[in-house]
Design a binder for this molecule. Structure first.
Ligand code: FES
Length: 270
């Protein structure tokens, strides 16, 4: 059978790509919007993962609501040379790293090649580009090979987000717990679970070796590889769970910062 979407399959093969299209589009639109706001990304002690780490923050004289204080910014205030046409948003400097990691992820490639490019939309289903020669990931698509490098940055982001999660339990030096603390902690756990299941990470920690045991005895490398394999076999699930949760985390902090909702917590005096 020929033509886009032509198939002999009788199951609902289109549901998967349709849901992928919807969730991915929602994520892209929301993330872009949130990253351009430059406000309501911080409410002590919570920091939105879209803005972490904060490299520069805005000068208090600009009175940006929900901006991080300078003590949270690695390099202080935005420099005077910051181009006027670029929004004063710390997220603009950050999102390229997690964004490129997800965009070049082996699982997401399959998902968006199907749902966005229809190439093909499903197994045994006619592709959109029916007459074009299949070239795989060559030519322009070679940039997908950058995934292994994006993975190194992703590992660093687990540390940054982990530090944010610890800080989310301390308000003015006082230990406590709030709904935001839990949401931020779940966020870093899901992102770590997604990252540890990365195919490049699995290759890095042992997959490139022919033998990982020591004369039949298990080694540290073998143990790490097995754990990464556990995450790897659930990579799709963690990919979606972490994608949705990172949006939820930003939205929660944004709404608390705006005063739309109130964070339930144990701190007295907040
Ligand atoms: Fe999905 Fe590396 S393969 S994050």
């Amino acid at each position: 059978m020929e033509g886009f979407g032509a198939t002999r399959r009788t199951d609902d093969w289109w549901k998967g790509p349709a849901v992928t299209l919807f969730v991915f589009l929602t994520f892209i639109v929301y993330t872009t919007w949130a990253a351009l706001q430059g406000n309501h990304y911080f409410v002590d002690p919570y920091l939105s993962p879209f803005y972490s780490p904060v490299l520069f923050t805005t000068d208090p004289s600009l009175a940006i609501a929900g901006a991080a204080p300078v003590s949270h910014a690695w390099f202080g205030y935005f420099p005077s040379w910051w181009p006027g046409f670029v929004p004063l948003s710390p997220a603009i400097l950050i999102l390229v790293f997690p964004g490129s990691f997800r965009f070049t992820c082996y699982y997401y490639r399959k998902a968006y090649y199907r749902s966005f490019a229809g190439s093909p939309p499903g197994c045994a289903v006619g592709p959109a580009a029916k007459s074009k020669r299949y070239r795989g990931e060559t030519a322009l698509m070679l940039f997908q090979n950058l995934h292994r490098f994006a993975m190194y940055f992703a590992l660093a982001f687990i540390v940054f987000l982990g530090i944010d999660a610890v800080k989310a339990f301390f308000w003015h030096g006082q230990f406590g717990i709030g709904v935001g603390s839990i949401i931020i902690t779940i966020n870093v756990i899901l992102i770590a679970a997604y990252t540890f299941g990365c195919h490049s990470f699995r290759h890095l920690i042992g997959g490139r070796s022919d033998c990982m045991s020591d004369c039949g005895k298990p080694t540290l490398k073998q143990g790490a590889f097995k754990k990464a394999s556990w995450f790897n076999s659930r990579h799709m699930q963690f990919a979606w769970a972490s994608l949705i949760w990172v949006m939820v985390t930003d939205l929660y902090i944004r709404l608390v910062s705006m005063g739309v909702i109130t964070d339930l917590h144990t701190w007295k005096g907040w």
